[in-house]
Design a binder for this molecule. Structure first.
Ligand code: NCD
Ligand code: ZN
Length: 347
């Protein structure tokens, strides 16, 4: 039985760091284990221009504790007013690595997102021309579509038509939660990839709703039934380079989660690697963890893998993770998979 594994240092291809006191509180949780991360731009107000991205990157680097190495890979938040020339300039400067499409109203801080795809076609055409990936929150927001069907309906009604129209557009379907999303990314022709979160590999909607409502498992896209979770686990551990890790670690303070109208987002930065080793071991795929966490993502983004490593060791005693991370913005509850984790990051 394997009890020790060394990987190239992983990266996180979908991460929310927020700003100010929250940023300062959560950044070390990611930087402790990850070399780089694609930084989500859904601040209030959002990171829309190249200048916004530069200023945000500088705030992230300023918040990084001395002695820690971490490279934030910036993104822009696509709005109907985004200027294609500004996007192209920020990309040419090496400042941004993707643009993020939030359908308006789909999730936390998405009110500035896209209502009419026609309005952003000039930006998307420019991105196809320069090879800049579009990261997509793939859910429709139409009131009559059931929340559990929103990803699946998005594939047929928005994503596929868009990709037919602009076959050169490089697309990352973010935080896939359905078997249909997995099938789409697996089988579609052209340039497409998908990220999968830590928590969607470990929980399904029963964990969130059976025996009481657990607000810390509520995120968007919402966890689906167990058969979808199985499809995600199969894809993540398949070795298919189209799938890689995007934790979607999304901190909200406890009062905003434990509320009559709680925010969407699961915070998993701290224990993601222990969780992933647990899942990959259960699927007898520990040898594929490095691909999922450390190799497929850089290949997709045209970057070299990190040249440092991390080592995990399976021990008899569980890892003593804290229940909450204390930040200057308030306490943030850490994702609890509901059972102990035995894979310790030791180096
Ligand atoms: C994210 C957040 O809190 O910013 N929430 C979430 O449930 N995942 C936004 C997002 O990625 O949808
Ligand atoms: Zn997210």
């Amino acid at each position: 039985m394997m009890t020790k594994i060394t990987l190239r240092r992983p990266d996180d291809w979908h991460l929310h760091l927020r700003d100010g006191a929250m940023l300062a509180g959560v950044l070390p949780e990611t930087a402790r284990h990850f070399g780089r991360a694609i930084i989500m731009p859904n601040l209030v107000p959002p990171v829309v221009t190249g200048d916004d991205a530069r200023a945000y990157r500088d705030r992230i680097l300023a918040a990084l504790p001395g002695g820690m190495a971490f490279e934030p890979l910036m993104t822009l938040y696509l709005t109907e007013a985004t200027d294609p020339a500004d996007v192209a300039r920020a990309h040419a400067q090496g400042l941004i690595h993707a643009v993020k499409l939030y359908p308006a109203g789909a999730t936390t801080n998405s009110q500035s997102g896209v209502r009419n795809i026609e309005a952003v076609m000039p930006v998307l055409e420019k991105m196809a021309e320069i090879g800049l990936p579009l990261c997509i929150h793939g859910e429709v927001t139409t009131a009559d579509v059931d929340i559990f069907d929103r990803e699946q309906v998005f594939l047929d009604t928005v994503l596929d038509p868009l990709r037919q129209r602009l076959p050169g557009l490089r697309v990352t379907l973010e935080h896939i939660t359905t078997a249909q999303g997995i099938d789409y990314v697996t089988n579609a022709s052209g340039d497409i990839a998908g990220t999968i979160t830590t928590h969607h590999l470990m929980i399904n909607r029963n964990h969130m709703l059976v025996g009481g409502i657990r607000p810390h498992y509520y995120c968007l896209p919402v966890a689906k039934r167990a058969s979808h979770q199985q499809a995600l686990r199969a894809a993540a551990t398949s070795g298919n380079p189209r799938f890689f890790l995007g934790t979607d670690s999304a901190p909200h303070t406890d009062p905003t989660k434990e509320s009559a109208c709680g925010c969407a987002g699961v915070f998993s930065a701290t224990n993601t690697l222990s969780c992933l080793a647990h899942v990959f071991e259960q699927e007898t795929a520990l040898d594929r963890l490095e691909g999922f966490a450390s190799l497929h993502g850089p290949a997709r983004y045209g970057l070299p893998p990190n040249d440092t490593t991390i080592t995990l060791e399976k021990r008899d005693a569980p890892v003593p993770y804290p229940a909450k991370i204390v930040t200057g913005a308030g306490p943030v509850t850490l994702f609890d998979p509901g059972h102990p984790l035995f894979w310790h990051v030791i180096a």
